[in-house]
Ligand binder design. Structure first.
Ligand SMILES: [Zn+2]
Length: 410
């Protein structure tokens, strides 16, 4: 009997481990490099990765002038990547990370909730990325635990004394990358986050300058080493790896020293990936930083629960999308909802909620208001019987969801 149980256990372990190529994902944030800069400089490593997948211009900052407008600030952007939502939801407004709303789960939490046995890792100069954004060991994040981290070197002023030229930050980035390479080659975590800071430091100090460009070249070399570690795993262990590399914001147009605002250049970012099956939205849709999370979730076969999917602002960059670009307006008790249909067949279901309990960890009751042909690209909903100063709308297509908020103009 005992032997029989052990046999079943071993069999199921093997099936889980080897039945298909294990899928592994890495995302990298290299800090503060606008799209024009990455495009004009020589980046052989990024180019090699993009040749297997693609390069696209992208954006941060949410909807400029809209309810999701999001500061083009570092931790704000990282959390948009982690949660697939803009700041009106995730609530990290600056680098103080005062009160993240953990009701909007990170990609780490989605993975760990569904697959508790999967391995996760963070490699970062900045410790807050793990302790505050991912929220390791906090009750509000379900006490999420990462399997491995290498971070906090910024606090080690013995080995990395803070010199004025901030060379120490380059040395920290090197240590972070070297550690990531070593750990990935050996342990191959299922989901890894690598964060590198030095480019942003040079941007702040020198703006658009040779120093900044040199930092970008160093970053490219670091990406080359990460890419080699992935090749090593692919060749020796037959794993299926995806990598997404992006930046958290651009820089101002005048000097290149600043960021935080909503200018085109501060909002302009980019994504490099080796992902297969990139869709047209990736190629031509000016995707957002919020789209990376659902893309990785797709790749890792994470099924995001419906009520959570209804809150995510991003869409997968791979596979088929049915609609993008939702808009909504409220006038004279009528909601006008529009979208851009990418498929001619199928219907759009229009769901409406007048509450936002999700924000506090509760549930919203969505009422189906209409089912219209996707190709119509518009629905008009009479809300005179549902008076409210706030509406959440979800457009459900056969393959993806879009969500929008609208509040009465005062
Ligand atoms: Zn930054």
């Amino acid at each position: 009997m005992k032997h029989y149980l052990v046999f079943i256990l071993l069999t199921s372990l093997c099936m889980g481990g080897f039945a298909q190529n294990s899928k592994k994902a890495i995302f990298v944030i290299v800090d503060g490099i606008s799209a024009d800069v990455i495009e004009k400089l020589n980046t052989p490593a990024l180019d090699a990765i993009a040749r297997e997948g693609g390069y696209a211009r992208a954006h941060v900052g949410g909807e400029k002038g809209g309810y999701s407008e999001t500061p083009t600030i570092s931790a704000v952007g990282y959390n948009s990547l982690l949660t697939g939502t803009w700041v009106n939801k995730h609530n990290v407004w600056d680098n103080d990370i005062a009160a993240p709303n953990y009701n909007y789960w990170t990609i780490f939490r989605f993975l760990e909730e569904q697959y508790p046995g999967k391995k996760t890792a963070v490699f970062s100069s900045w410790e807050d990325n793990r302790t505050k954004l991912v929220g390791e060991n906090l009750s509000a994040t379900g006490n999420i635990k990462l399997d491995y981290h290498f971070d906090g070197l910024e606090l080690d002023t013995i080995n990395y004394p803070h010199d004025k030229s901030r060379d120490f930050m380059h040395r920290i980035d090197e240590a972070v990358v070297n550690n990531a390479v070593e750990h990935i080659k050996k342990e191959a975590p299922d989901l890894s986050w690598v964060y590198l800071e030095y480019t942003d430091d040079m941007g702040h100090m020198y703006g658009d300058s040779e120093q900044f460009y040199k930092a970008v070249a160093m970053m490219d070399d670091q990406m080359g080493r990460l890419w080699q570690a992935i090749q090593y795993r692919k060749q020796n262990f037959k794993e299926d790896w995806v990598i997404y590399i992006t930046t958290d914001h651009g820089r101002d147009a005048q000097s290149g020293k600043h960021h935080g605002g909503q200018s085109d250049r501060e909002r302009s970012t980019w994504i490099v990936t080796n992902a297969k099956g990139l869709n047209n939205y990736f190629k031509t849709g000016n995707p957002g930083v919020v789209d990376i999370m659902p893309s990785i979730a797709n790749f890792l076969n994470i099924s995001i629960p419906r009520e959570r999917l209804m809150e995510i602002d991003g869409m997968p960059l791979t596979g088929k999308l049915y609609a993008t670009t939702a808009d909504i307006s409220l006038l004279n008790n009528k909601l006008r909802i529009t979208w851009k249909a990418l498929e001619k067949k199928g219907n759009a279901k229009i769901w409406l909620s007048t509450t936002n309990h999700f924000k506090e960890g509760g549930k919203d009751e969505y009422i189906l208001q209409a089912t219209v042909p996707l190709a119509k690209q518009e629905a008009i909903i009479d809300v005179s019987k549902l008076p409210s100063s706030f509406y959440k709308v979800v457009i459900e297509t056969p393959g993806n969801m879009l969500n929008r908020w609208v509040a009465e103009r005062k």
